[in-house]
Design a protein around this ligand. Structure first.
Ligand code: UD1
Length: 343
């Protein structure tokens, strides 16, 4: 049987690398397109430790439509392209407020080039890596996909809204396209083997990488950004999802695109459980039997008070739901940090 290729832009990144593993386990042939702008080639070795082979890689910048077109032609020579998963993007909220131009150019530019290359080659199945950030500051949680798209809190958030719009407009045009817009809540953890995980370059912006580095003694104490929010314990509430559960959702989305009439649908991907920052710290300490050095500090600009998912639509349509607990995610995150600390 001809190979079923899934092209993964940003496949060397955090969620991308875990998705490459999940695709392989599901019988697909993942092919990575990445320029290592926020990842390292060593990630491929980690993937190979798990799946027994290094996935094929095309090293290029997704903003170049001609390079993308050439890469897709090369992918088509490997097997039938079942779909494309587009992760490649900048993703730091704070940085985006400093470098809005870079974010607009890279995130929106690469999505436009990819759509152009797909159109030229007649590839129609697209899974887009979006975010719950598209909901802005939601009025209530859980949020479902019908919640309004409110003004973005950051240029990063705006690029996700704009890319969703670009994909939706392309679907509504004469272009042959079928798309899933996957809105992630807060992905955390690492592959259970600790062969791959999150590799923040420089100062980590997100909660779990900072927390694990602080606990490993590599950084000063974690600052909890604000304990005067209108929540039970005063800290912000998020929906933390194990990255391997998230990875499996991408496989389910590809399968769904392959077996349904063309459409363009958004799906929330979260656990449905809101956890406060203080609850996450306590759960980490319990799961790993270690105390986390932390102190309460001022609020961080742009933070949403509380957001967690209603992920029923993904369950109903994609047949997907989370299987791993917060504790498992926090254990895997710590196992990964310990491996990094030894390296
Ligand atoms: C944000 C985006 C999300 C994006 C992600 C990637 C929103 C609503 N969400 O998630 O779309 O994919 O960034 O970067 O914009 N915290 C601390 N101390 C720290 C770090 C974080 O207390 O050192 C707190 C934050 O205030 C927040 C929670 O931990 O309450 C989670 O923060 P973080 O991991 O940065 O993710 P989000 O900001 O939720």
């Amino acid at each position: 049987m001809e190979k079923q290729v899934v092209v993964v832009t940003g496949g060397a990144g955090y969620i991308g690398s875990h998705t490459v593993v999940a695709l392989h386990l599901a019988g697909y042939t993942p092919v990575i397109i990445d320029n290592f702008s926020n990842s390292k080639p060593d990630v491929l070795k980690g993937i190979a430790e798990i799946i027994g082979e290094k996935p094929q890689l095309f090293e290029l910048d997704c903003r170049s439509k001609s390079d993308m077109q050439q890469a897709l032609e090369n992918c088509a020579a490997i097997g039938e392209i079942a779909g494309i998963i587009h992760f490649a993007a900048y993703k730091a909220v704070g940085e985006s407020t400093e470098k809005p131009l870079d974010y607009f150019e890279n995130n929106i530019g690469s999505t436009a080039s990819l759509l152009g290359a797909m159109s030229e080659l007649g590839v129609s199945n697209l899974v887009f890596s979006s975010s719950c950030t598209v909901y802005g500051q939601p009025e209530e949680s859980p949020v479902d996909e019908l919640a309004p798209i409110l003004p973005a809190e950051s240029p990063y958030g705006y690029t996700k809204q704009a890319c969703e719009r670009l994909i939706t407009d392309s679907f509504n045009s004469s272009m042959s396209l079928s798309a899933c817009l996957l809105r992630y809540f807060n992905p955390i953890g690492a592959h259970q083997s600790a062969a791959i995980g999150e590799l923040p370059i420089g100062h980590p912006n997100n909660l779990i990488p900072y927390l694990t580095q602080a606990t490993a003694g590599l950084r000063g104490p974690l600052t909890v950004f604000g304990n005067d929010y209108p929540t039970d314990d005063g800290t912000c509430i998020r929906d933390y999802i194990h990255v391997m559960d998230l990875a499996r959702a991408h496989v389910a989305a590809i399968k769904w695109l392959q077996s349904n009439e063309p459409s363009c649908e958004a799906f929330n991907l979260g656990t449905g459980q809101g956890k406060s920052v203080s609850e996450v710290i306590a759960a980490f300490e319990k799961a790993n039997g270690i105390s986390v050095p932390y102190a309460f500090g001022p609020r961080r600009a742009g933070d949403v008070v509380s957001i967690f998912a209603n992920a029923e639509k993904a369950h109903q349509n994609l047949g997907w739901k989370c299987e791993l607990s917060l504790e498992e995610a926090l254990r895997d995150a710590w196992k990964w940090q310990q491996k990094l600390s030894k390296a």
